[in-house]
Write a protein that binds this ligand. Structure first.
Ligand code: KG4
Ligand code: ZN
Length: 320
């Protein structure tokens, strides 16, 4: 069984070939991050156009890496949403065309289910139940995962405002770091003192999160510094800011409890978060940020769309 996965929800054009047992035979990710650097964030229309240029070569490269041809595939999986609609449509249209031409089942995949399914790939192959922190650029969720289908994931808590990844990206911008900000803060924080500044960790009721106050606190701190001071304190600010985000995430994970804890999504690549949750199961770094192997993985636990009817499938922008 070989599943071709396609992911184009944001600024990564990705394709992968995964077996029914969750073995990755190929995974290709073409990042467009460089294209968006001058704008300090993803420009949707620029992303869509770039996906259009990249999607065919990226699918070709994944098949080549797997040593497979279209005839060796058993299904096509694609991210249907949430994400940028124009960007999603490029992947969805490509998947429809390939599936239709090859007479293959098409499996529409929810991007967030995909992130969780990164844990079901070899060699991690995590078996539910577990408590899962899902932290990406657009979402921060605490999930109770009882089974491998999307329907078996229950939301325990979510962010009331910014996502953790968004807090990293906005914070990086305030610090004058390049897009994408999370990895830049992670890198710079290693040279700074995480106790230099005391940034607030929001206390929200239940298992929800809030990061907008933290971002505002950084904004006011940066405003109070001259450019020379900012230059001198940038690493301390990055380290302290990262500490506050990680503390907020860890507190909620600990409050949720559960025998097994897992972290997924781009923010799960953060070195301090990983170090702060030493017992948590996390995918390898390359499977934390957007990729298509996780989409093909999720398709193993999702229903294919009905033949012919799938041609009218539409993308969705926000999580349902
Ligand atoms: O899952 P992902 O690749 O895309 C979305 O689905 O949004 O997550 C991207 C987010 C961005 O906000 C990025 O800054 C953040 O993950 N990120 C990190 C790190 N690597 C990526 N945040 C903190 N530390 C990192 N090392
Ligand atoms: Zn993602």
């Amino acid at each position: 069984m070989a599943i071709l996965g396609i992911e184009t929800s944001c600024d990564e054009t990705a394709a992968a070939v995964v077996t029914g047992a969750g073995e990755i035979r190929a995974s290709v990710v073409a990042s467009q991050a460089e294209l968006h650097v001058p704008y300090g964030g993803v420009v949707p229309e620029v992303a869509s156009r770039r996906h259009l240029e990249l999607v065919s070569p990226v699918v070709g490269a994944a098949l080549e890496q797997a040593g497979a041809s279209l005839d060796d595939l058993d299904a096509v999986a694609v991210t249907q949403g949430p994400g940028l609609v124009g960007a999603l449509l490029v992947g969805l249209s490509t998947a429809k065309a390939l599936a239709w031409a090859q007479r293959l089942p098409l499996v529409p995949v929810d991007h967030l289910h995909g992130h969780v399914a990164s844990l079901y790939l070899q060699p991690t192959d995590l078996e539910p139940p577990f408590t899962c922190l899902l932290a990406t650029g657009g979402h921060t969720l605490l999930l109770d995962v009882q089974g491998r289908t999307r329907e078996e994931m229950r939301v325990l808590g979510r962010t009331l405002d910014d996502a953790a990844g968004e807090a990293f990206d906005k914070g990086a911008r305030l610090l004058g770091l390049e897009y994408p900000g999370g990895v830049q803060i992670d890198r710079l924080a290693r040279e700074g003192d995480p106790e230099a500044y005391s940034f607030p960790v929001a206390s929200v009721a239940g298992l929800d999160f809030s990061f907008s106050g933290l971002k505002t606190a950084l904004l006011y701190t940066v405003r109070g510094l001259s450019s020379a001071e900012l230059e001198a304190r940038r690493a301390d600010l990055a380290a302290s800011y990262q500490r506050a985000i990680v503390r907020a995430l860890v507190r909620r994970v600990e409050a949720a409890g559960g025998d097994t804890v897992a972290v997924v999504g781009g923010v799960a690549a953060n070195s301090e978060l990983r170090a702060s949750l030493p017992d948590a199961v996390a995918p390898p770094l390359a499977l934390c940020t957007d990729n298509a192997a996780m989409i093909a993985s999720a398709a193993r636990f999702a229903a294919p769309a009905r033949p012919a009817e799938y041609l009218s499938l539409d993308a969705y922008a926000t999580a349902s």
